[in-house]
Design a protein around this ligand. Structure first.
Ligand code: ADP
Ligand code: MG
Length: 238
């Protein structure tokens, strides 16, 4: 397990500033949700944590260790995307084990970890299927499984449920909450769904145009939003 610290993190693409100096602490084991309008920088911030983008300036630390210039594979993070990004020609089992294979883990270790993740996610009967033989919910479970097998310190979720229908979203939301409880890992979760944010979060970070607008517990933001923008996002009557 590990917490995360961002200090004065900025990111620009060419001359366009996207992240304007973000300071943020995520405690170990905490479920943190990023919310904010489309284009405010939620995905960019996650990608900076994952090491998929390099910060223009500022520092990032995971578990107290500076990772500002660390390779993605050395950060102890795993990211789950909205689009699943599964390999179509591989089975569920191969999809889940692929990352471990690439990082040179022994076959037996991969099998154990994939088996354990499949058990957690109820994927055991589906291990030999290909992605096209799965429902949307099952595909997203495989994508989550691929993160679990890496045993990351921090899970990063980028709107993982937004391609699913409403009923399945509720079911998967409960599964993610249970996963957090069972694994006790630090999780950072991006969503534009207020119900997801309010029910999953220990702490909500409201982002606006590349800046942190307010940070607090769901109840705090609901009862005591700093401004009308936060109130509008959290859904509190103000
Ligand atoms: P969100 O996830 O909150 O919708 P993003 O982090 O995807 O927002 O994007 C934030 C801003 O950064 C947007 O204006 C987007 O167009 C811009 N952006 C994101 N990635 C790139 C990139 N690779 N090159 C240029 N601009 C980008
Ligand atoms: Mg996004």
């Amino acid at each position: 397990m590990a917490g995360l610290q961002l200090s004065k993190v900025r990111k620009s693409f060419g001359s366009v500033d996207v992240i304007h100096g973000v300071d943020l602490t995520v405690d170990e084991g905490e479920f943190t949700v990023f919310v904010g309008p489309s284009g405010c920088g939620k995905s960019t911030l996650l990608r900076l944590v994952a090491g998929l983008e390099e910060a223009t300036s500022g520092n990032l630390a995971i578990g107290g260790k500076d990772v500002t210039n660390a390779e993605p594979a050395d950060r102890g993070v795993a990211m789950v995307f909205q689009s699943y990004a599964l390999y179509p020609h591989m089975t569920v089992e191969e999809n889940m084990g692929f990352g471990l294979k690439m990082t040179g883990h022994p076959e037996a270790e991969i099998k154990t970890r994939v088996g354990r993740a499949a058990e957690i996610l109820h994927l055991e009967p589906l291990l030999t299927r290909k992605p096209k033989q799965l429902s949307g919910g099952q595909r997203q479970r495989v994508a989550i499984g691929r993160a679990i097998v890496r045993q990351p310190e921090i899970f990063l979720f980028d709107e993982p449920l937004s391609n699913l229908d409403a009923e399945l979203r509720v079911q998967m939301r409960l599964e993610i909450a249970k996963l957090h409880k069972d694994l006790g890992a630090t999780m950072i979760y991006v969503t534009h769904d207020q119900v997801e944010a309010m029910t999953l979060a220990d702490k909500i970070v409201v982002l606006r145009a590349g800046k942190v607008e307010q940070v607090g517990s769901p109840l705090k933001l609901y009862d005591d939003p700093d401004n009308a923008f936060v109130a509008g996002f959290i859904g509190s009557p103000r």
